[in-house]
Design a protein around this ligand. Structure first.
Ligand SMILES: C[S@@+](CC[C@H](N)C(=O)[O-])C[C@H]1O[C@@H](n2cnc3c(N)ncnc32)[C@H](O)[C@@H]1O
Length: 220
């Protein structure tokens, strides 16, 4: 069945090993974008959420605890195992799936698509198609909340970056927004922040976006 909907597990990620540690590599506090999702689409009904590249599940579980109906995927089985444990101890159901974002074909409709720290794995040649399909599989008024690392000449490549990241064509400022030029933006910012992942301090530049499907004047 997985193969029919285009899932395959060919991608390799260093996170497969990193997530084998008993501690949660990214902690269990939700990403700030999840709180912004809750403000924009408070869970007055079980909105369907897709979390792409969910890692160890902190955001998927947070949203499920708050009443959203969450499907989440990642290519790292070790992350999914911990994500399922996190859902279990929090007493919530999340549909965790193993999938490669470069093979993923949305089949269901979603109200909210969330993706944090993962877009940089998406191959350049499939970006336009993937975002088009994700947008088509979003309900009217649905939102996408995403971020992407962007390349800047004054920021060095992170010391813990993976071989696969270095092989994938980088993203540039505004590229993510470009895929959403026909949606309404609730958030559109670029930020530089310090990071200590891998134990070596470094910096990232990130574009952060929340966009809504529908006419730009539907909200006004
Ligand atoms: C920076 S982590 C972000 C994890 C999670 N979104 C979070 O914020 O905690 C990047 C994640 O992308 C996943 N990943 C890497 N390549 C992938 C691929 N081709 N398809 C799906 N997930 C992938 C890794 O396993 C890892 O969990």
């Amino acid at each position: 069945m997985d193969a029919i909907v285009g899932y395959s597990y060919t991608a390799k990620t260093d996170y497969e090993e990193r997530y084998k540690d008993e501690n949660y590599y990214w902690g269990i506090a939700p990403n700030r974008l999840c709180c912004e999702i809750m403000k924009l689409r408070p869970p007055i009904k079980p909105y369907r959420v897709l979390d792409m590249g969910c890692g160890e599940g902190k955001d998927a579980v947070f949203l499920a605890r708050n009443g959203y109906q969450v499907t989440a995927f990642d290519v790292a089985e070790s992350g999914l195992k911990k994500a399922r444990e996190l859902a279990y101890v929090n007493g919530v159901e999340v549909d965790f799936i193993r999938a490669d974002i470069n093979e993923f074909k949305p089949v269901e409709m979603y109200d909210i698509v969330f993706c944090s720290g993962v877009c940089h794995y998406i191959r350049k040649d499939i970006r336009a198609t993937l975002f088009k399909e994700l947008k088509e599989h979003t309900t009217e008024g649905g939102i996408h909340a995403m971020n992407v690392f962007v390349q800047k000449p004054f920021i060095e490549i992170p010391p813990d970056s993976e071989e696969i990241e270095r092989q994938t064509e980088p993203w540039y400022s505004g590229e993510l927004l470009y895929y959403y030029n026909d949606w309404l933006f609730h958030k559109n910012e670029e930020t530089i922040f310090n990071c200590n992942s891998g134990g070596i301090p470094h910096r990232h530049c990130m574009d952060i976006m929340i966009a809504e499907k529908g006419e730009a004047d539907a909200e006004t």
